[in-house]
Design a binder for this molecule. Structure first.
Ligand code: HEC
Ligand code: HEC
Length: 229
């Protein structure tokens, strides 16, 4: 029979293994994507080639992580792009390209991609993803705290000077223009972005102020609500 500490040791090892597998899972598509960027042929043909109405850069790069229609759900930290506002997508791609969006996952996964995009390609891929449906693509996974999250979204938290998210993102979290649509966005992605705004590695005057006092529990609650829409 295993002693308690042996059992704990085994459980720790299994967890570490699972964590390592998760990381490898996310790195693998990145490595595949990097091979695509690195190929000189890929770089030269990007302007000319197009596969039907799908922009070439979507089928060559973006689909590896975001899926062909911008709704992939394999990795929770990869955002849904389908139905997102075009001007917001353009702005974020430019921020990755200019390195002004410098949070960790942005640096790791989006800097290499955005580096190779021309202004015309940014416009093309943003137009394409903005036009994809369903607009509110809930991932179908439910998380605890939906009711509490809805209260934060609708009313804010007065004692912590957190304003109602609905003031800017709209009553249904649909956003507008450069205010992102966050309805049905991925749970892990939302939690991660709120942490980045909270610790200041993703810079935005409005969101840095709003996330300053948010607690880890509140991040999860509001993400549970938004991802359920
Ligand atoms: C290697 C995987 C990978 C590839 C390839 C990739 N992305 Fe991303 N993308 C990510 C991850 C991860 C994030 C989240 C980054 C963060 O947390 O800052 C992201 C974020 C984004 C965002 C920000 C969305 C938001 O809601 O703020 C946009 C826009 C985007 N990607 C567009 C694209 C486009 C267009 C392509 C193809 C030209 C592409 N991505 C290719 C992994 C990838
Ligand atoms: C004063 C206006 C304002 C309020 C209030 C506000 N937001 Fe935002 N939010 C923004 C803007 C603008 C952006 C885009 C930031 C950027 O360009 O990087 C944003 C971005 C976000 C993002 C990143 C979306 C993505 O696709 O990467 C999340 C998540 C978010 N807000 C959640 C919230 C939550 C939760 C609340 C309430 C606690 C809230 N916001 C309140 C203006 C606001």
């Amino acid at each position: 029979m295993m002693t308690l500490s042996e059992r704990q040791e085994a459980r720790r090892a299994r967890k570490k293994d699972a964590a390592r597998n998760r990381t490898v899972g996310l790195i693998a598509p990145l490595a595949a994507a990097l091979v695509v960027f690195a190929g000189p042929a890929g770089a030269q043909t990007t302007e000319a080639v197009s596969h039907g109405h799908i922009p070439y850069r979507v089928s060559s790069d973006c689909m590896v992580c975001h899926g062909m229609r911008g709704s992939a759900t394999d990795y929770g930290v990869i955002p849904r792009l389908a139905g997102q506002h075009k001007s917001y997508l353009v702005m974020q791609l430019n921020q990755f390209k200019k390195h002004t969006r410098a949070d960790q996952n942005g640096q790791l996964y989006m800097w290499p991609v955005a580096q190779g995009l021309t202004t015309r390609q940014i416009n093309e891929v943003a137009t394409y993803f903005a036009a994809q449906r369903p607009r509110f693509g809930s991932s179908g996974v439910s998380h605890k705290g939906v009711a509490a999250g809805k209260a934060i979204f609708t009313n804010g938290v007065t004692s912590e000077q957190i304003p109602a998210c609905a003031e800017c993102h709209g009553a249904n979290a649909q956003g507008a223009g450069t205010f992102p649509d966050i309805a049905g966005q991925r749970y892990e992605y939302i939690v991660q972005q709120l942490k980045y705004f909270h610790n200041g590695t993703r810079k935005n005057e409005l969101m840095n102020q709003i996330a300053k006092n948010i607690t880890p529990a509140q991040e999860k609650e509001v993400a549970a609500y938004l991802s359920s829409l």
